[in-house]
Write a protein that binds this ligand. Structure first.
Ligand SMILES: *[C@@H]1O[C@H](CO)[C@@H](O)[C@H](O)[C@H]1NC(C)=O
Ligand SMILES: *[C@@H]1O[C@H](CO)[C@@H](O)[C@H](O)[C@H]1NC(C)=O
Ligand SMILES: *[C@@H]1O[C@H](CO)[C@@H](O)[C@H](O)[C@H]1NC(C)=O
Length: 354
């Protein structure tokens, strides 16, 4: 405490002198304009993934065959400072995260994001059926084919059972591991994510102060444009399906972002998902956060968080411990980024026969 007092005391005469000089200059009409760094002291939030707690952020872990349900969500067995053996690993982790937040400096916070990719949708089946080339240049631009529809794609029976597995998983971790359940829920406005979240979190023994009421958030949707599976339904349709779920501010009736010909680049996605993460860290006081989203959007969030690449199969979920610090500077761009015109095929390409 003594040091700041001394330096402030030393500076008082300096401030006084400076004030007098400025006052004199104003009187004689020669007031200097304030230094630029004084008038725009901008800050931004810098995100880092805190490694060492989850297997998924270890470069030695392969994403390909990783299964969150058989690995205790990837939480590494270890003891943290001062924990007791009678607690489960997830209880210890809960205490550890609370400690990190209590001891954090001003402007620094920690959150745990549970990010789930939706279960298999009809568009995933169609992409596998037609192959990436034909899917990208023709079929993804159609609403469906004669027998299947993938505009704002719904979950297949497999996708529903993946969400059911996630539900079983959460129930088991709540009961046996005493995992910290989400305090806030966010979902992409695409129907496959909302359906996945609904099956995953309905009917669980959740604490009464942490109910499952997700915020439908426009910013955490999949790569925008061209592919009809990524065009969202109207607000009216969403509300009809999920009458009790609130919407993020300014959520419009019709999809304001989708464009039939232009598709977001990775750079544009990273800017959008950074805005989404900024919004969550800037406005949500809670620590334990669930995000129901997509492979591309979650990959982008992982880049924003400085996490290693970790691809998720349909229905997979990844937890990330995030440190967020307010630092000086402008930070990476957040305004709308570049879109590209997709290359199309005029007719369905001849199906490649096996
Ligand atoms: C972690 O600890 C649990 C409980 O003691 C044990 O069942 C599990 O096998 C351990 N996992 C690993 C990877 O060591
Ligand atoms: C439509 O696409 C699905 C795959 O999504 C495929 O199983 C089905 O055979 C296709 N229908 C026709 C008529 O080609
Ligand atoms: C959401 O889940 C609840 C509880 O299982 C169910 O009653 C409801 O029909 C589901 N909503 C939709 C749109 O699937």
């Amino acid at each position: 405490m003594a040091r700041p007092n001394i330096s402030i005391t030393c500076l008082i005469p300096v401030f006084f002198l400076a004030t007098v000089i400025v006052a004199v200059l104003i009187m004689i009409g020669e007031a200097p304009s304030p230094a630029p760094e004084m008038e725009s002291e901008s800050t931004y939030t810098k995100y880092t993934t805190v490694t060492g707690y989850f297997q998924q952020d270890d470069p030695a872990t392969e994403d390909k065959n990783f299964d969150y349900t058989t690995s205790n969500f990837g939480l590494i067995n270890k003891s943290y400072d001062g924990d007791s053996d009678s607690k489960t690993q997830w209880e210890k982790f809960g205490v550890e995260v609370a400690r990190l937040n209590e001891q954090a400096r001003d402007g620094t916070q920690y959150k745990v994001l549970y990010m789930g990719r939706h279960g298999e949708g009809y568009h995933n089946v169609a992409e596998a059926f037609y192959g990436k080339r034909d899917w990208d240049c023709y079929w993804s631009l159609q609403d469906g084919n004669e027998t299947s529809t993938w505009v704002d794609a719904l979950l297949t029976p497999t996708g529903i059972s993946q969400a059911q597995e996630a539900n079983d998983f959460w129930r088991r971790l709540i009961v046996t591991e005493k995992i910290q359940t989400p305090q806030s829920y966010y979902t992409s406005p695409l129907l496959r994510c909302m359906a996945t979240a609904n099956v995953t979190f309905s009917g669980l023994p959740l604490p009464s102060d942490r109910p499952f009421v997700p915020l439908v958030n426009e910013l955490i949707r999949e790569c925008i444009g061209a592919h009809t599976c990524d065009r969202r339904s109207s607000k009216t349709i969403i509300q009809k399906n999920y009458p009790d779920w609130p919407f993020s501010e300014g959520f419009s009736e019709e999809d304001p972002l989708w464009d039939a010909e232009l598709r977001e680049t990775g750079e544009a996605m990273d800017r959008r998902l950074r805005r989404a993460v900024d919004e969550i860290f800037g406005s949500d006081k809670n620590t334990w956060i669930s995000i129901s989203s997509h492979s591309g959007a979650i990959a982008s969030i992982l880049r924003v968080l400085g996490h290693q690449t970790f691809s998720l199969g349909t229905g997979q979920v990844i937890p990330v411990l995030v440190k967020a610090e307010k630092v000086a500077g402008e930070g990476p761009p957040r305004e709308k980024g570049p879109y590209t015109r997709v290359s199309t095929c005029a007719a369905p390409p001849p199906t490649l026969s096996p």
